[in-house]
Design a protein around this ligand. Sequence first.
Ligand SMILES: NC(=O)c1ccc[n+]([C@@H]2O[C@H](COP(=O)([O-])OP(=O)(O)OC[C@H]3O[C@@H](n4cnc5c(N)ncnc54)[C@H](OP(=O)(O)O)[C@@H]3O)[C@@H](O)[C@H]2O)c1
Length: 332
Amino acid sequence: MGYKVGIVGATGAVGQEFIKLLSDRNFPVSELKLFASARSAGKQVEALGTTITIEEATETCFDGLDYVLFSANGSLSKALCPAAAKAGAVAIDNSSAFRMDPEVPLVVPEINGEAARAHKGIIANPNCSTAISLMGAAPLHKAFGLKRMFASTYQAVSGSGAEAMKELEDQLKAWSAGEPIEKSVYPHQIAFNALPHVDVFQDNGYTKEEMKLVNESRKIMGLPDLVASCTCVRVPVMRSHSISINAEFERPVSVEEARAAIAEFPGVDLIDEPSSNTYPMPLDFAGRVNCGVGRIRQDIGFDNGLAFWVVGDQLWKGAALNAIQIAEYLIK
Ligand SMILES: NC(=O)c1ccc[n+]([C@@H]2O[C@H](COP(=O)([O-])OP(=O)(O)OC[C@H]3O[C@@H](n4cnc5c(N)ncnc54)[C@H](OP(=O)(O)O)[C@@H]3O)[C@@H](O)[C@H]2O)c1
């Protein structure tokens, strides 16, 4: 007994993690189909102990599947998620195509898992920085009532996909060899740099990524009037995003209670011992299921304020793992 699962974007950075996680987590798969673009059709990959041939993703490829995990681009999701749902599957989408659609649940299972049950065939996975930020902010909201939130992200290059990981590696190699540094994914050199620019700029001066964090946080936490603001920065880290958050709460806060709220929340580890230089760091979170929260302190800029630091593997909790956790929640 198991489920027939499809992965769209199986050759990409998130798609590869889907394959690994289905196996690591013993997701009950009776059949796995892998889809990508026409460029990859026909290639063979090892998955779940067998060899699977990649097929081109089309509107007619989803017959008989129970779950289709989408990790391609937004326009492809827009075209194919409805086709997967029409074929009777549940489409779980990693792009931003459906996140703010009122008919589509936007889900982090530990925070609003029950919302997934109201799906009409499509469920959206949040933006990677949003999912990881909320693994720190949501437990504190539960404890103290979130009023305002200001975030700055430190985002890994794998958040831009497989080509960006190669670009950072190639730039480091070129620098070591004293050769000219080439760039194509980012508008500037990413090695040894920090780019205050993730996704495209909008009319209000914020980037699309920054507005995703604001709008998706409101939807997931059920706080439509939450005051929030964000600056997203790309840093030369290969994997795992970090987010610095300053938040104001409705009720009085204490660092001890905040630590207790984090420690008891599923899916997060409290890593907060400044005296021994212990705090979450991206190198420690690549390939780790839980997110980490540390540097919790009373924010001296607000009444009832806390400052804290959240780290998580954005290929996992920000993408593939969260999507599989949604499917696990539904089959439980
Ligand atoms: N990377 C992250 O940390 C992260 C986190 C959250 C959400 N996401 C979202 O997840 C999605 C995938 O991201 P990624 O980082 O995995 O990107 P990626 O490494 O660039 O992979 C893109 C995948 O999409 C496939 N694809 C592209 N055009 C296609 C088409 N016309 N038809 C079928 N498949 C097509 C590619 O197949 P080919 O190999 O055949 O080109 C590849 O498998 C994006 O929407 C991204 O915003 C990514």
